[in-house]
Design a protein around this ligand. Structure first.
Ligand code: NAD
Length: 679
């Protein structure tokens, strides 16, 4: 295997401080062996203690079982010896934020690692290109900017420097997804994407205080209300360090001028060495003035960074939602308050500081911003369409399906495209359909919108299935319900070892509606299709390949090569189920023969195979109407054409969504166990 395609398997982190220890913990949590390096044994031990404490909390909060926490820790080797880095594939440096310390560490990494090891920096304030100066192989150097707490916060900004190769950026990106991160892309510019607007947000709050517009409790309460966040700017500064906010504002101020520079009061507070003090009640009469200024600052900066191509509007918003846990990002906020109003507020900031108005706002013409939910990229004749709602696990909604269809048609009719890959951004592939959309339309009694949405989905999936060019699902993570159905409509499914899939529909009161009862049968036969749909069993990729549900399973690092090989194999238009593997024959036979009512009542099996007994028991927890209807559709659908089967699924849609159990299952999801009534 060429070094270009060498999968990233062994990782290292330099600096076992607050960030480095958390980054190492996250990598180890996802199964990677990690070497954690610090200056001496004491500092290494301190880093390992930080990890131990965080893992202990994780066990107390039942995020990990005790033995899992032990395994995670077991994958981390703490050391002060750099010779241990000789065979690592990727290293993240998280040493002190000091240019000399960082440059020395990077030079030492070049000496200690293979020439093809990816070297990454977690710097917050230097440019990647600056740090790469003097490197022997700067093409392998990339920025990976994590957010505190890096074992918990999913966001990471991926920043190529001027010399970084595309291959290194792509491999570093893929690894972030593999360790459960949500990567966004940033140009190599001060503050990258998120700190560029987050730091001015903190700073502007201090300015309001300095100008006497309001006191701390009032500014705090007003910001919490406007941005719908749990902590306002002052509380956040207290938690993360008031001096850190000042340093960050200093860096931005040096590059971008006085608006970004720290407020005098912020510097004074740092000089005092004290946290902000909250005294008194909020004065609501001042909320309006605070809101205007705070929104103005965020709208101005967000639009400006998009003007400068530091980030896209989508990544700016994903950064806010994932990294800062704001419920909506700056551009969604602008749409909510009205783009004209956003331009007016940003304009006040611009004129106050004698700044040019960002074109992103001035040329928007008051029209709401549209978000590109599907990224299209063509490389060597292969179009990759990536669903880009990572914080919603790429759940399918009307807009996403519409955009995917448009992108798909374009790729399918493009003479320069020889094959199409469907991929998902972030940790998962596609977590089904947007459940809130279903709940909302049931409540509003507008089931026709659910029908229209599903019909549009069928049209898309049919176009994919019948495309003359090969269409491959790149299933790198979780695929549920509609996501699995979308994959099944592709000509082949190539899965990473970490992918898992399931049909959870009958457990939330509905039936698979995008071909799940039909295309599954044509891959694995009626018995195993029934087992999958009626139990909602989570199936790991390896097992899915054994029964023929997916075509191939490979280690994550080999996924892109395997997808490309599948493209080269050409299209597949017909599917006939292969022989059920011996290990699964009793399961398949049981689910093929038993009636839905016997399965529901637990009477379908009385033998002593615990796996079969468990499978039958599982059916008993599902919505009875959905189980009966799914069984009927699987069995009848297998007898006729795929087209007739798909039409049958659509014909039963209103019936199933009209049941009380559908509302119960969908509306209680994630809150409590549904209580199905059988109607
Ligand atoms: N703290 C944050 O919220 C945050 C967020 C994003 C990025 N960052 C960046 O992450 C990096 C680390 O920040 P931190 O908050 O974890 O700092 P920290 O002070 O907690 O940890 C730094 C660690 O690096 C070690 N170290 C210093 N020089 C070293 C060397 N030459 N070799 C090996 N180890 C060395 C130190 O002993 C210390 O354990 C900085 O670049 C910072 O800007 C921090």
């Amino acid at each position: 295997m060429s070094s270009k395609n060498r999968p990233v398997q062994k990782l290292a982190v330099i600096g076992a401080g607050n960030m480095g220890s958390g980054i190492a913990q996250k990598m180890a949590t996802e199964g990677y062996p990690v070497i954690l390096v610090d200056l001496d044994d004491d500092k290494v031990a301190r880093g390992m203690n930080i990890i131990e404490t965080t893992l202990k909390e994780g066990v107390e909060r039942r995020i990990f079982r005790p033995e899992q926490a032990g395994e995670i820790k077991g994958r981390i080797t703490g050391t002060a010896d750099w010779s241990d880095l000789a065979d690592v594939d990727l290293v993240v440096e998280a040493v002190f934020e000091d240019q000399e310390v960082k440059s020395k560490a990077i030079a030492r990494l070049e000496e200690s690692c293979r020439p093809d090891t990816i070297l990454a920096t977690n710097t917050s304030s230097f440019l990647v290109t600056e740090l790469a100066e003097g490197m022997e192989h700067p093409a392998r150097f990339v920025g990976l900017h994590y957010f505190y707490h890096p074992a918990k916060n999913r966001l990471v900004e991926v920043i190529p420097g001027e010399a970084t190769s595309d291959d290194v950026t792509a491999r570093a990106w893929a690894l972030q997804e593999q360790i459960g991160k949500t990567p966004i892309s940033s140009a190599d510019a001060s503050g990258f994407v998120v700190n560029r607007y987050f730091v001015p947000w903190l700073n502007e709050a201090v300015r309001l205080l300095e100008e006497g517009v309001a006191d701390i409790p009032t500014i705090e309460a007003s910001c919490k209300k406007t941005f719908r966040v749990g902590m306002g700017p002052f509380q956040l500064m207290n938690v993360t360090g008031v001096h850190i906010a000042m340093h960050a504002a200093n860096t931005l101020g040096e590059k971008f001028g006085p608006f970004y520079a720290p407020a005098k009061t912020l510097k004074d507070q740092v000089a005092l060495g004290e946290d902000w003090v909250f005294e008194g009640d909020a004065d609501q009469s001042k909320f309006g003035a605070i809101e205007e200024r705070m929104l103005g600052a965020v709208c101005y900066v967000a639009a400006q960074l998009v003007d400068e191509k530091v980030g896209t509007i989508e990544d700016t918003d994903i950064g806010a939602r994932v990294g800062l846990r704001w419920p909506i990002g700056p551009f969604q906020m602008m749409n909510r308050i009205g783009v004209d109003r956003a331009a007016e507020l940003a304009g006040k900031i611009a004129s106050q500081w004698d700044l040019a108005m960002p074109k992103t706002l001035s040329e928007a013409g008051g029209k709401p911003f549209g978000f590109q939910l599907v990224k299209s990229e063509i490389r060597d004749g292969v179009a990759t369409l990536t669903l880009n709602r990572p914080d919603a696990m790429n759940a399918l909604n009307e807009e996403l399906v519409g955009q995917l269809h448009t992108a798909f048609r374009k790729a399918a009719s493009d003479k320069a495209v020889r094959g199409i890959v469907i991929a998902g951004a972030g940790k998962g592939f596609i977590a089904g359909a947007d459940i809130r959309f279903f709940v909302k339309n049931i409540e509003k009694k507008t089931l026709d919108r659910i029908v229209n949405f599903t019909e549009a989905g069928h049209e898309l999936l049919n176009d994919m299935a019948t495309c003359r060019k090969p269409v491959i699902a790149r299933m790198h993570g979780l695929a549920l319900g509609g996501g699995l159905e979308l994959a099944l409509a592709c000509h082949k499914i190539i899965a990473s070892e970490k992918a898992v899939m399931a049909f959870p529909e009958t457990g939330i009161g509905i039936c698979p509606g995008l071909g799940g009862t039909q295309r599954t049968t044509r891959r694995v036969g009626t018995g195993l299709a029934s087992w999958l749909v009626l139990t909602g069993q989570m199936v790991p990729a390896g097992k899915a390949a054994a029964i023929g549900l997916v075509d191939k399973v490979v280690p994550h690092g080999e996924l892109d090569d395997a997808v490309l090989a599948a493209i080269n194999d050409g299209p597949v238009h017909e599917r006939t189920p292969g022989k059920v593997p011996e290990k699964f024959t009793s399961l398949a036979t049981l689910f093929d023969k038993a009636t839905a009512d016997d399965l529901l009542a637990g009477k379908a099996y009385s033998g002593d195979d615990p796996a079969l007994a468990k499978a039958v028991k599982k059916v008993g927890t599902k919505a009875p109407v959905a189980v009966r209807l799914s069984t009927k559709m699987i069995r009848e659908g297998a007898k006729g054409s795929l087209k007739a089967g798909l039409a049958m699924e659509l014909a039963h849609l209103t019936e199933i969504f009209s049941t009380a159990d559908a509302y119960e299952g969908l509306s209680t999801l994630g809150r409590k166990r549904p209580e199905f009534k059988g109607r």
